[in-house]
Design a protein around this ligand. Structure first.
Ligand code: HPA
Length: 235
Protein backbone atom coordinates (compact mmCIF):
# COMPACT_ATOMS: atom_id res chain seq x y z
CA UNK A 1 0.00 0.00 0.00
CA UNK A 2 1.28 3.45 -0.92
CA UNK A 3 2.00 5.95 1.86
CA UNK A 4 3.39 9.45 2.27
CA UNK A 5 4.82 11.24 5.33
CA UNK A 6 1.34 12.62 6.09
CA UNK A 7 -1.09 10.03 4.73
CA UNK A 8 -0.71 6.36 5.68
CA UNK A 9 -3.80 4.45 4.56
CA UNK A 10 -4.96 1.90 7.11
CA UNK A 11 -6.46 -1.54 6.45
CA UNK A 12 -5.93 -1.24 2.69
CA UNK A 13 -8.67 1.41 2.43
CA UNK A 14 -8.34 3.10 -0.95
CA UNK A 15 -8.64 6.83 -1.52
CA UNK A 16 -11.23 7.77 -4.16
CA UNK A 17 -10.50 9.88 -7.24
CA UNK A 18 -12.91 12.48 -5.86
CA UNK A 19 -11.96 13.91 -2.48
CA UNK A 20 -13.71 16.57 -0.41
CA UNK A 21 -11.37 18.71 1.67
CA UNK A 22 -12.81 20.56 4.66
CA UNK A 23 -10.21 22.39 6.76
CA UNK A 24 -11.18 20.71 10.03
CA UNK A 25 -10.57 16.94 10.32
CA UNK A 26 -13.60 16.62 12.61
CA UNK A 27 -15.66 18.15 9.82
CA UNK A 28 -14.32 15.39 7.57
CA UNK A 29 -15.55 12.83 10.12
CA UNK A 30 -18.95 14.52 10.31
CA UNK A 31 -19.32 14.68 6.52
CA UNK A 32 -18.33 11.01 6.14
CA UNK A 33 -20.69 9.84 8.88
CA UNK A 34 -23.61 12.05 7.79
CA UNK A 35 -23.55 11.95 4.00
CA UNK A 36 -21.64 8.81 2.93
CA UNK A 37 -22.42 5.11 3.10
CA UNK A 38 -20.07 2.19 3.76
CA UNK A 39 -17.55 4.52 5.36
CA UNK A 40 -14.03 3.37 6.24
CA UNK A 41 -11.32 5.53 7.78
CA UNK A 42 -8.01 5.64 5.90
CA UNK A 43 -5.91 8.20 7.78
CA UNK A 44 -5.14 9.18 11.35
CA UNK A 45 -1.64 10.65 10.93
CA UNK A 46 -1.51 13.97 12.86
CA UNK A 47 -5.23 13.45 13.52
CA UNK A 48 -5.85 14.60 9.95
CA UNK A 49 -8.73 12.16 9.58
CA UNK A 50 -9.58 10.80 6.15
CA UNK A 51 -12.47 8.53 5.13
CA UNK A 52 -13.69 6.75 2.03
CA UNK A 53 -17.31 5.82 1.40
CA UNK A 54 -19.94 6.02 -1.29
CA UNK A 55 -22.43 8.70 -2.28
CA UNK A 56 -25.29 7.54 -4.52
CA UNK A 57 -23.15 4.53 -5.41
CA UNK A 58 -20.05 6.56 -6.29
CA UNK A 59 -16.82 6.24 -4.35
CA UNK A 60 -15.88 9.46 -2.55
CA UNK A 61 -13.23 10.34 0.03
CA UNK A 62 -13.21 13.17 2.52
CA UNK A 63 -10.18 14.34 4.44
CA UNK A 64 -9.16 17.35 6.51
CA UNK A 65 -6.79 19.77 4.79
CA UNK A 66 -5.74 21.75 7.85
CA UNK A 67 -5.66 25.54 7.89
CA UNK A 68 -3.67 27.63 5.48
CA UNK A 69 -1.83 27.28 2.20
CA UNK A 70 1.16 25.22 3.45
CA UNK A 71 -1.14 22.61 4.96
CA UNK A 72 -3.51 22.17 2.01
CA UNK A 73 -0.46 22.39 -0.25
CA UNK A 74 1.00 19.27 1.39
CA UNK A 75 -2.18 17.21 1.56
CA UNK A 76 -3.43 18.02 -1.92
CA UNK A 77 0.01 17.34 -3.43
CA UNK A 78 0.19 13.90 -1.80
CA UNK A 79 -3.42 13.07 -2.69
CA UNK A 80 -2.76 13.93 -6.33
CA UNK A 81 0.74 12.54 -6.83
CA UNK A 82 0.76 9.45 -4.61
CA UNK A 83 -2.91 8.46 -4.41
CA UNK A 84 -4.10 9.47 -7.88
CA UNK A 85 -6.87 11.88 -6.81
CA UNK A 86 -8.35 13.66 -9.83
CA UNK A 87 -11.12 15.88 -8.43
CA UNK A 88 -10.26 17.85 -5.28
CA UNK A 89 -13.08 19.87 -3.83
CA UNK A 90 -12.45 22.20 -0.94
CA UNK A 91 -15.53 22.74 1.23
CA UNK A 92 -15.12 25.46 3.82
CA UNK A 93 -16.24 28.73 5.28
CA UNK A 94 -15.25 32.22 4.25
CA UNK A 95 -15.68 35.81 5.35
CA UNK A 96 -17.86 37.89 3.00
CA UNK A 97 -16.21 40.94 1.45
CA UNK A 98 -19.11 42.45 -0.53
CA UNK A 99 -22.30 44.14 0.62
CA UNK A 100 -24.61 42.09 -1.60
CA UNK A 101 -23.40 38.83 -0.01
CA UNK A 102 -25.12 37.59 3.15
CA UNK A 103 -24.31 35.14 5.90
CA UNK A 104 -24.99 31.51 4.86
CA UNK A 105 -24.84 32.29 1.14
CA UNK A 106 -22.73 29.89 -0.89
CA UNK A 107 -19.67 31.20 -2.74
CA UNK A 108 -18.19 29.16 -5.58
CA UNK A 109 -14.62 30.25 -6.25
CA UNK A 110 -14.02 30.78 -9.95
CA UNK A 111 -10.64 32.26 -9.09
CA UNK A 112 -8.47 32.41 -5.99
CA UNK A 113 -6.34 35.53 -5.67
CA UNK A 114 -3.70 35.40 -2.99
CA UNK A 115 -1.13 37.30 -0.93
CA UNK A 116 0.91 34.09 -0.66
CA UNK A 117 4.22 33.41 -2.42
CA UNK A 118 3.22 29.82 -3.25
CA UNK A 119 3.26 30.58 -6.98
CA UNK A 120 6.94 31.53 -6.89
CA UNK A 121 7.97 27.86 -7.08
CA UNK A 122 6.84 27.80 -10.72
CA UNK A 123 9.13 30.71 -11.64
CA UNK A 124 6.69 32.22 -14.11
CA UNK A 125 7.67 35.39 -15.93
CA UNK A 126 4.49 37.21 -14.83
CA UNK A 127 1.36 36.98 -12.67
CA UNK A 128 -0.53 33.69 -12.64
CA UNK A 129 -4.31 33.53 -12.06
CA UNK A 130 -5.23 30.46 -10.00
CA UNK A 131 -8.62 29.33 -11.35
CA UNK A 132 -11.06 26.51 -10.71
CA UNK A 133 -11.70 23.63 -13.08
CA UNK A 134 -14.34 25.02 -15.45
CA UNK A 135 -15.95 21.59 -15.70
CA UNK A 136 -16.43 21.36 -11.91
CA UNK A 137 -17.44 25.01 -11.70
CA UNK A 138 -20.14 24.59 -14.32
CA UNK A 139 -21.54 21.48 -12.64
CA UNK A 140 -21.50 23.10 -9.20
CA UNK A 141 -23.33 26.18 -10.48
CA UNK A 142 -25.98 24.02 -12.18
CA UNK A 143 -26.52 22.07 -8.95
CA UNK A 144 -26.73 25.24 -6.84
CA UNK A 145 -29.30 26.68 -9.26
CA UNK A 146 -31.36 23.47 -9.26
CA UNK A 147 -31.35 23.35 -5.46
CA UNK A 148 -32.48 26.98 -5.15
CA UNK A 149 -29.35 27.80 -3.15
CA UNK A 150 -28.37 31.47 -2.92
CA UNK A 151 -24.92 31.42 -4.49
CA UNK A 152 -22.27 33.75 -5.88
CA UNK A 153 -19.53 32.89 -8.36
CA UNK A 154 -16.30 34.87 -8.67
CA UNK A 155 -12.92 35.68 -7.28
CA UNK A 156 -12.01 34.96 -3.67
CA UNK A 157 -8.91 35.76 -1.62
CA UNK A 158 -6.76 32.97 -0.19
CA UNK A 159 -4.85 34.87 2.44
CA UNK A 160 -1.81 33.82 4.47
CA UNK A 161 -2.81 36.27 7.18
CA UNK A 162 -5.82 35.94 9.46
CA UNK A 163 -4.80 38.79 11.80
CA UNK A 164 -3.46 41.38 9.38
CA UNK A 165 -1.43 44.30 10.77
CA UNK A 166 -2.40 46.19 7.60
CA UNK A 167 -6.01 47.06 8.36
CA UNK A 168 -6.57 48.56 4.92
CA UNK A 169 -5.55 45.46 2.93
CA UNK A 170 -9.03 43.93 2.82
CA UNK A 171 -10.52 47.22 1.53
CA UNK A 172 -8.19 47.10 -1.47
CA UNK A 173 -9.17 43.50 -2.22
CA UNK A 174 -12.86 44.48 -1.91
CA UNK A 175 -12.26 47.24 -4.44
CA UNK A 176 -11.12 44.50 -6.86
CA UNK A 177 -14.41 42.65 -6.45
CA UNK A 178 -13.20 39.86 -4.18
CA UNK A 179 -16.27 38.05 -2.84
CA UNK A 180 -14.82 36.48 0.27
CA UNK A 181 -11.67 35.52 2.14
CA UNK A 182 -10.38 32.11 3.21
CA UNK A 183 -6.89 30.67 3.48
CA UNK A 184 -6.37 27.63 1.21
CA UNK A 185 -7.85 27.57 -2.28
CA UNK A 186 -5.08 29.30 -4.24
CA UNK A 187 -2.61 26.52 -3.36
CA UNK A 188 -5.17 23.85 -4.18
CA UNK A 189 -5.84 25.43 -7.58
CA UNK A 190 -2.12 25.75 -8.35
CA UNK A 191 -1.31 22.17 -7.32
CA UNK A 192 -4.23 20.83 -9.33
CA UNK A 193 -3.46 22.93 -12.41
CA UNK A 194 0.25 22.04 -12.37
CA UNK A 195 -0.65 18.34 -12.11
CA UNK A 196 -3.39 18.48 -14.77
CA UNK A 197 -6.24 17.51 -12.41
CA UNK A 198 -9.42 19.32 -11.36
CA UNK A 199 -10.12 21.45 -8.30
CA UNK A 200 -12.90 23.65 -6.98
CA UNK A 201 -13.58 25.58 -3.76
CA UNK A 202 -17.12 25.94 -2.38
CA UNK A 203 -17.83 28.00 0.73
CA UNK A 204 -20.55 29.03 3.10
CA UNK A 205 -20.31 32.56 4.42
CA UNK A 206 -19.56 32.30 8.15
CA UNK A 207 -18.83 35.95 8.90
CA UNK A 208 -19.00 39.35 7.28
CA UNK A 209 -16.05 41.69 6.95
CA UNK A 210 -18.24 44.74 6.28
CA UNK A 211 -21.21 44.20 8.60
CA UNK A 212 -21.15 42.87 12.13
CA UNK A 213 -23.50 39.89 11.95
CA UNK A 214 -23.91 36.66 13.84
CA UNK A 215 -24.73 33.13 12.76
CA UNK A 216 -27.17 30.68 14.33
CA UNK A 217 -26.55 26.92 14.57
CA UNK A 218 -29.75 26.03 12.62
CA UNK A 219 -28.92 28.25 9.68
CA UNK A 220 -25.28 27.14 9.70
CA UNK A 221 -26.47 23.54 9.42
CA UNK A 222 -28.75 24.27 6.43
CA UNK A 223 -26.07 26.25 4.59
CA UNK A 224 -23.54 23.54 5.31
CA UNK A 225 -25.84 20.87 3.87
CA UNK A 226 -26.40 23.00 0.72
CA UNK A 227 -22.65 23.26 0.21
CA UNK A 228 -21.97 19.55 0.81
CA UNK A 229 -24.77 18.50 -1.57
CA UNK A 230 -23.24 20.64 -4.29
CA UNK A 231 -19.77 19.19 -3.60
CA UNK A 232 -20.95 15.58 -3.54
CA UNK A 233 -22.86 16.02 -6.81
CA UNK A 234 -19.46 16.52 -8.48
CA UNK A 235 -18.29 12.95 -7.72
N1 HPA B 1 -10.57 35.25 7.17
C1 HPA B 1 -9.90 34.18 6.76
N2 HPA B 1 -10.44 32.98 6.65
C2 HPA B 1 -11.73 32.84 6.98
C3 HPA B 1 -12.49 33.92 7.42
C4 HPA B 1 -11.88 35.18 7.52
O1 HPA B 1 -12.50 36.18 7.91
N3 HPA B 1 -13.75 33.45 7.69
C5 HPA B 1 -13.74 32.13 7.40
N4 HPA B 1 -12.53 31.76 6.97
Amino acid sequence: MKATPHIKPMNDVEIAETVLLPGDPLRAKFIAETYLEDVQQFNTVRNMFGYTGTYKGKKVSVMGSGMGIPSIGIYSYELIHTFGCKKLIRVGSCGAMQDHINLYDVIIAQGASTDSNYVNQYQLPGHFSPIASYHLLEKAVAKARDNGTTYHVGNILSSDIFYNADETASKRWMRMGILGVEMESAALYMNATYAGVEALGIFTVSDHLIREEFTTPEERERAFTDMIEIALSLA
